[in-house]
Design a protein. Structure first.
Length: 316
């Protein structure tokens, strides 16, 4: 098993065609076919099957492609780390950003790293907290923002900020960011909610229990963008972090207000693996991400967020 074979199976899996993979790898088609067949003979299992849609990994092939992609990534990282300019930090860092924070943090983070550490290359992944935590556990991320997570035996979690959740409604509802809205009033409307099992949904359901109300959930989705689009279309109200609705509130396309009775907060942390060597590039990116979070809060660009140590205690 060698690097050329790993590149071949990953490329064929990504493009679904030996011919196209050969073009991308600057090889002739028989060479790519031979690399795959040699690896299949070594492993004793077929890695691909030919379908009407092209080459598709078998079950064993999917496992090999996933492991090969990670191995190639580690080799690329090692190459970057061992050949930096004298005194420079270099390497590849893969970061997870919560979907609701990406517009606020991605651009200033990339700009700062490019300016101060040009040898560091970033890979940015966005998703909900549950997906990001799974990717971190699987080794696909070096560090990530998560929420409502304590440190675990395998992960360290550094508290950063706490952010209040908002009720989000059509503009005609007239909600105002400086007038909190009681949870019972929100529960009186049809609701577009995150899917059951989502961490944000768990916070909302717990608040409903404390408020002694039932929720009329008409739609569930795993997309914050869809939540807002359905609210815009008049399908109901929803609940989001303040940051997730701030842009639309500023434009006047929707209205929003912090939840009260009870008010509901989420705690955002920076999570990273607890064990193993932390490359210098990961360290400098973690420091810069924390700095960008603190700047966003201090400058008022993160609605309803406070430094974790300053947040109200005893809130969900």
């Amino acid at each position: 098993m060698d690097v050329k074979q790993l590149k071949a199976i990953v490329t064929v899996a990504e493009v679904g065609s030996v011919t196209r993979a050969a073009e991308l790898l600057h090889l002739v088609q028989p060479a790519v076919t031979r690399q795959i067949r040699t690896l299949e003979q070594e492993l004793g299992v077929p890695l691909f099957e030919r379908t009407a849609q092209g080459m598709r990994p078998t079950g064993a092939g999917a496992i090999m492609v996933d492991r090969a992609r990670r191995a190639l990534g580690e080799l690329e990282r090692a190459r970057a780390e061992v050949r930096p300019a004298p005194g420079a930090v270099a390497g590849i860092v893969t970061i997870g950003l919560l979907e609701s924070t990406s517009d606020l943090l991605a651009e200033p983070l990339v700009s700062a790293i490019a300016h101060h550490h040009p040898g560091v290359r970033l890979r940015l992944m966005t998703a909900y907290s549950g997906h990001l935590q799974q990717w971190l556990d699987d080794g696909d991320l070096d560090l990530t923002l998560l929420y409502n997570l304590d440190s675990t035996p395998s992960l360290s979690a550094r508290p950063l900020v706490r952010e209040r959740l908002w009720a989000v409604a059509p503009a005609s509802a007239g909600l105002c960011v400086d007038r909190p809205v009681p949870f019972a009033e929100v529960a009186g409307h049809p609701l577009v909610m995150p899917a059951s099992g989502h961490a944000l949904r768990s916070l909302i359901d717990a608040a409903a229990v404390r408020a002694g109300v039932d929720l009329e959930v008409v739609v569930q989705t795993n997309s914050m963008r869809l939540q807002k689009r359905l609210v815009l279309a008049g399908q109901g109200w929803t609940v989001l972090p303040g940051l997730g609705a701030a842009e639309e509130v500023t434009r006047g396309t929707i209205s929003a207000a912090p939840l009260s009775e009870p008010d509901v907060w989420r705690s955002i942390v920076l999570a990273a693996p607890r064990f193993g060597r932390t490359p210098p590039a990961v360290d400098v990116v973690a420091q810069e991400l924390v700095r960008q979070v603190n700047l966003a809060v201090a400058q008022g660009r993160w609605p309803s967020a406070v430094q974790d140590a300053d947040a109200p205690a005893g809130r969900a």
